[in-house]
Design a protein around this ligand. Structure first.
Ligand SMILES: Nc1nc2c(ncn2[C@@H]2O[C@H](COP(=O)(O)OP(=O)(O)OP(=O)(O)O)[C@@H](O)[C@H]2O)c(=O)[nH]1
Ligand SMILES: [Mg+2]
Length: 429
C-alpha cells in the first residue's frame, strides 16, 4: 500500500541509566569527626507514551525508530544527589496498541488519556551516606546506578469507531459516510478508491451520535493478500457494529448473495470475533434498479433474514434510506457493550542470563559484602523482586552460579549484609 498512512511500526525504547552514588566525607576545620556525605546517583529518565488527538497515523515512526531517555547524573559530596535523567515523551494517535516485540504481549492500549511508561529508568545508586551504621562510621563504598529498561515494541493503530463499514470495493461505503457525516472521503467509480480508513461522526439527534469508520474494500482472497489484503481490518477490530454494504444493482456482474457470503468468509479468516460482530445488512444502489426488477433485493433480503440479520434498502447516492439506517444503527449501539479496550496480557518472561562472567567480591566492611558484575547487574535490573516468583528465581540463579558458595569460602558469617547494587539482604546459610 503506497501511501503515507502507516498503521504499524516497530521502535526501540531505551530508558536512561541511573547515576552512581558518591563516596565522600564531610570535613570541617577544627572538627575531628568526619561523616560520610556522598550523595545518591540520579534516576534514569523514563520513556513515556501519551495520546495526541491531532495524530491519525504512525507515520512519524517510519524514519525515527529509536527513542532514548537521559541518564541520571552521578551523586556528589555534601549529600548532593545527581540530577535525574530527562524523560522522553512519545506521542501516538488515540487507539494505538503497544505490544512487546519479543513476546507479542499487549503492554498497553492507548485509548484513554493516562500516560504510559513504556521503559522505566534505572535507579540511581546510593551514596556512602546511606551506609553508615554505629559500627561502620567510615563507609568507603557507594553503589553504581542500574541500567534502564531497553526493549523493542510494536505500535499498532486500531482506530476507535463504533461502526465499521464493510463490503466489496465500489459498493458505496465512502459515499454513505460522506452523506451521513461531515467527512470527505474520496469517492470514485473504480475499485480501491479508499486506501486508508476515514472516520466520520454521525449526528443522529440531540445526545445521540456515533463514530463510523470507512475502510478499503475487501475482495475474495483478501486474507491471502488479494486486493489491499486484510490487514486494515484491524481498524474495525474494536467496532461494536458493522454495516455490511452490498451492491444489488448488478453493475459489476456479481451476485449480491455471493458477495455477502464472500465478505463474511474473509472477515472470518481475519478473525472469528469480527465475523460474529453484529451486522446490519444493506442493499445499496437500489436507485439503479427499476421497480419491476426487485428480484436481487428480495433474494438478498430473504437470504440474510433467514440468517437472522436485519436488512435495509438504500441509495447512498440519492440519500434514500440513509436516515432510517442511521437511526437503526444508533438503536443497536444503545444496546451493545462499549468500544473494546484491550487489556494488557504481557507477562515478563524470567530473564535468561549467561552467568559465566566473573563477579567481583569485596569485603567493604567488617560485616558488609559487595558482589557486582555485568551479568548480575543485568539480572537485577530485569527481574521483578516485587513478586514471589521473581525472588525465588533470583535466589536460584545466584545459588546455581555459586555466589553463596564463594561468599562462604571468603568467610561470610550469618547476619552479615550482602549488597548487590541497590539490593541488600542479610546472609543466612
Ligand atoms: N447509482 C448509485 N451510485 C452509487 C451509490 N452509492 C455509490 N455510488 C457510486 O459508486 C461509486 C463508488 O462509490 P464509493 O463510495 O467510492 O465506493 P466504496 O465502496 O467506497 O469503494 P472503495 O473505496 O473502492 O472500496 C461512485 O461512483 C459512487 O458515486 C448509489 O446508491 N447509487
Ligand atoms: Mg471508499
Amino acid at each position: 500500500m503506497a501511501s503515507s498512512f502507516i498503521d504499524k511500526a516497530t521502535i526501540r525504547v531505551a530508558a536512561g541509566r541511573g547515576g552512581d552514588g558518591a563516596v565522600a566525607f564531610h570535613r570541617e576545620k577544627y572538627v575531628a569527626a568526619v561523616g560520610p556525605d556522598g550523595g545518591d546517583g540520579g534516576r534514569g529518565g523514563d520513556v513515556i507514551v501519551t495520546v495526541d488527538d491531532h495524530m491519525s497515523t504512525l507515520m512519524d515512526f517510519r524514519y525515527k525508530r529509536k527513542y532514548v531517555a537521559g541518564n541520571g547524573m552521578n551523586g556528589n559530596g555534601r549529600r548532593c544527589s545527581g540530577k535525574d535523567g530527562e524523560s522522553l515523551t512519545i506521542k501516538v494517535p488515540r487507539g494505538t496498541l503497544i505490544r512487546d516485540k519479543a513476546t507479542g504481549g499487549i503492554l498497553h492500549d492507548m485509548s484513554g488519556d493516562e500516560p504510559f511508561v513504556v521503559a522505566k529508568g534505572g535507579k540511581g545508586g546510593w551514596g556512602n551516606q546511606h551506609f553508615a551504621t554505629p559500627t561502620r562510621q567510615v563507609p568507603r563504598f557507594a553503589k553504581p546506578g542500574l541500567p534502564g529498561e531497553d526493549r523493542e515494541v510494536v505500535l499498532e493503530l486500531k482506530l476507535l469507531a463504533d461502526v465499521g463499514l464493510v463490503g466489496f470495493p465500489n459498493v458505496g461505503k465512502s459515499t454513505l459516510l460522506s452523506v451521513v457525516s461531515k467527512a470527505h472521503p474520496k469517492i470514485a467509480n473504480y475499485h480501491f478508491t479508499t486506501l486508508f480508513p476515514n472516520l466520520g461522526v454521525v449526528y443522529v439527534k440531540e445526545g445521540v451520535s456515533f463514530v463510523m469508520a470507512d475502510i478499503p474494500g475487501i475482495i475474495e482472497g483478501a486474507s491471502e493478500g488479494a486486493g489491499l489484503g486484510h490487514d486494515f481490518l484491524r481498524h474495525i477490530d474494536r467496532c461494536r457494529l458493522l454495516i455490511h454494504l452490498v451492491d444489488v444493482s448488478g453493475s459489476e456482474g456479481r451476485d449480491p448473495v455471493e458477495d455477502f457470503e464472500t465478505i463474511n468468509t474473509e472477515l472470518r479468516r481475519y478473525s472469528e470475533a469480527l465475523a460474529e460482530r453484529p451486522q446490519l445488512v444493506v442493499a445499496n444502489k437500489c436507485d439503479l434498479l427499476s421497480p419491476e426488477d426487485r428480484a436481487p433485493i428480495e433474494r438478498l433480503k430473504a437470504h440474510v433474514e433467514k440468517l437472522g440479520y436485519r436488512f435495509f434498502e438504500l441509495s447512498a447516492a440519492t440519500q434514500q434510506g440513509t436516515r432510517e439506517l442511521m437511526l437503526a444503527a444508533a438503536g443497536e449501539l444503545a444496546e451493545l457493550p462499549p468500544i473494546l479496550r484491550y487489556e494488557p496480557d504481557y507477562v515478563a518472561p524470567l530473564p535468561t542470563v549467561d552467568t559465566s562472567g566473573e563477579l567481583e567480591y569485596r569485603k567493604l566492611d567488617a560485616d558488609y559484602w559487595s558482589v557486582e558484575g555485568p551479568w548480575l547487574q543485568s539480572l537485577l535490573s530485569r527481574v521483578n523482586l516485587g513478586d514471589y516468583e521473581g525472588r525465588i528465581y533470583f535466589d536460584r540463579v545466584l545459588r546455581e552460579a555459586g555466589v553463596f558458595t564463594r561468599l562462604e569460602e571468603l568467610g561470610i558469617r550469618d547476619g552479615d549484609t550482602v549488597g548487590i547494587y541497590d539490593l541488600e539482604f542479610e546472609y543466612q546459610s
